[in-house]
Design a binder for this molecule. Structure first.
Ligand code: SAM
Length: 235
């Protein structure tokens, strides 16, 4: 997942307004965080695009399961430390004031038991009165099966088309992404990248947050339409 196409990730998502999202995240942190420090951990940070806009306000660290993404993040964001880590088994031996996990990355943990373990890991890595903000993937009722999707990038020296048709297999949404990439003076490249994300219900997620020691909230209006945002303050 994202391995071969890591170097194209920022082009594929060039339409995404990371600056605006980071601004909203900063506002929420200001509202909810009651711990004294300003240490922030971005879990599943990808290429570090949110951290670019957060690093001047907070002391930041990023982790991701994918080494290729981490290597790009290191080039994108100077002065921030990055580490390869899986959010399901995360153990950094350090506590933060803020944890963020954005752009539906939490969906990749696939099962409810992994989801609960991740939320427990968020709690384990937070100081008392610290805040976690995580952006979910869709639920069974908001995910539309059989829908064709297309994302394109049209640069002068590189053109990318990414297509998929949304599928469901049991409790998982399955996105078989087909990439065609045309770069100046090169042969056309074709990649297939399978993404499987759990369709987690809101009630169940809030229940896990309560059970792991958070005062939880779900904001319907988050960063992206239809996804919402979970906020938890560690008791
Ligand atoms: C949609 S990208 C989001 C990246 C970044 N947060 C952003 O907003 O652009 C999902 C990211 O989750 C990472 N990821 C997936 N499963 C993970 C896991 N179990 N632990 C840590 N990172 C994971 C992927 O490598 C990928 O970088």
């Amino acid at each position: 997942m994202y391995r071969e196409i890591a170097s194209y990730y920022d082009l594929i998502y060039s339409w995404k307004d990371y600056k605006k999202e980071a601004k909203k995240i900063k506002k929420l942190i200001l509202k909810y965080k009651k711990s004294d420090g300003n240490e922030l951990l971005d879990i599943a940070c990808g290429t570090g695009k949110h951290l670019e806009y957060l690093k001047n306000t907070f002391s930041c660290m990023g982790v991701d399961i994918n080494e290729e993404m981490i290597n790009i993040a290191k080039k994108n964001v100077r002065g921030v430390s990055f580490k390869k880590a899986d959010m399901i088994t995360l153990n950094l031996n350090k506590k933060f004031d803020i944890i963020i996990c954005l752009f539906s990355s939490i969906g990749y943990v696939k099962t409810y038991s992994n989801l609960k373990q991740c939320i427990q890991n968020f709690a384990n890595h937070l100081k008392r009165c610290g805040v976690v903000i995580f952006e979910p993937w869709l639920t069974k009722s908001t995910y539309i099966e059989g829908f064709p999707h297309m994302n394109t990038y049209d640069g002068e020296d590189i053109k990318i088309a990414r297509l998929n048709i949304s599928k469901i297999e049991g409790n998982l949404s399955v996105l078989d992404m087909h990439y065609l990439i045309a770069e100046r003076n090169k042969e056309i490249k074709y990649y297939k990248d399978r993404h499987e994300l759990g369709l987690f219900e809101i009630d169940k997620t809030l229940e896990f947050m309560k059970e792991t020691g958070f005062k939880p909230e779900f904001l319907k209006k988050g960063l992206i339409k239809d996804r919402g945002l979970y906020i938890g303050v560690k008791k």
